[in-house]
Write a protein that binds this ligand. Sequence first.
Ligand code: HEC
Ligand SMILES: [Cu+2]
Length: 338
Amino acid sequence: MHSRKSYWLPILIGLPLISLLSACSGVQSSLDPAGAAAQLIADLWWPTLVVASLVTVLVLALLLIGVFRAFKHRSARPLSARQSRNLVIAGGIILPLSVTIPFALSSFSIGRTLYAPPPDDALTIEVVGKRWWWEVHYLDQDGNRIATTANELHVPVGETIRLLLKSDNVIHSFWVPNIQGKTDMMPGQVNVTSLVADEPGVYRGQCAEYCGAQHALMAFLFVAETPDEFAEWLEHQKQPAVTLETAQAVQGREVFSDSGCAECHTIRGTQADGQEGPDLTHLASRRMLAAATVPNRIGHLGGWITDPQHIKPESLMPPTELTPDDLQSLLSYLGSLE
Ligand code: HEC
Ligand SMILES: [Cu+2]
């Protein structure tokens, strides 16, 4: 018959193990690499984990042996001066150096690879850290902005991408754990980095430098797709907003310009040219709203417009009071911006 004890032991060991392992995969995990840089980082991380664990076990074992001996043989003779010295040289100098030097060297060499300058003709994307969202510009070979979007970065797989990282406010940090390491976004400075996505997929990027109230909800989606899909997407993003087909959408465009939205938001191809908030020209083509905080569905969109402070307290978008009719038209307009 099983005793209570034999039943609990597997649970006690198994549960933490399962929760530990679940951190090894997913759309925001540096242990589930889908890009060359993330692969290098993971390749360094695993040996570090193994060696650091062994060192911890070794140190704790020595400590326990010492404590045990001290209690058991109170009268035991202390080590001779020579033995003590050898112990310090071996355990205090040789062992730590032989562990840390190889790691320092490989970390340095990986760092050099990670921050190697991208090729001159690489596709260039400018990302600006905002409070608390991401402005994204695609540049042509001459550095002109050809398409602007927000909170969703698309890249073709297998191609080296040059990123120009900026901020016009506080320090943010650009990080897509599955693809690359963190790079800070500093006001008054352009940090250049590069990345390659190896596998198509949708990953989650996260601001990695505390930047104020909504830092935790400053995320974005990183969409790696085939070169054909990417070219099609970019071509579409370059276009101005679609022509409106329903009377309700036309009415919604009026609501948009009469309710102050246009002062903060740009919709290319219309009068709206505000700069404070995300470009909404192709809002309906995005998967999420408000820096990957809520899914881009009509209910969430309505909730966001009437009360953004509920979804992201202290966010820089004010609430807007609208009649139900106006809200419906506005939602129908925004929903048409594919
Ligand atoms: C004072 C400036 C301001 C005004 C006015 C304003 N917004 Fe915004 N809006 C913002 C900012 C800033 C954000 C980004 C908030 C965040 O994610 O933290 C935003 C985000 C959004 C988003 C999410 C976009 C995305 O890519 O996720 C939508 C949609 C939106 N606003 C629609 C509207 C509509 C519709 C109105 C008018 C009823 C409006 N906004 C009025 C500043 C403004
Ligand atoms: Cu930030």
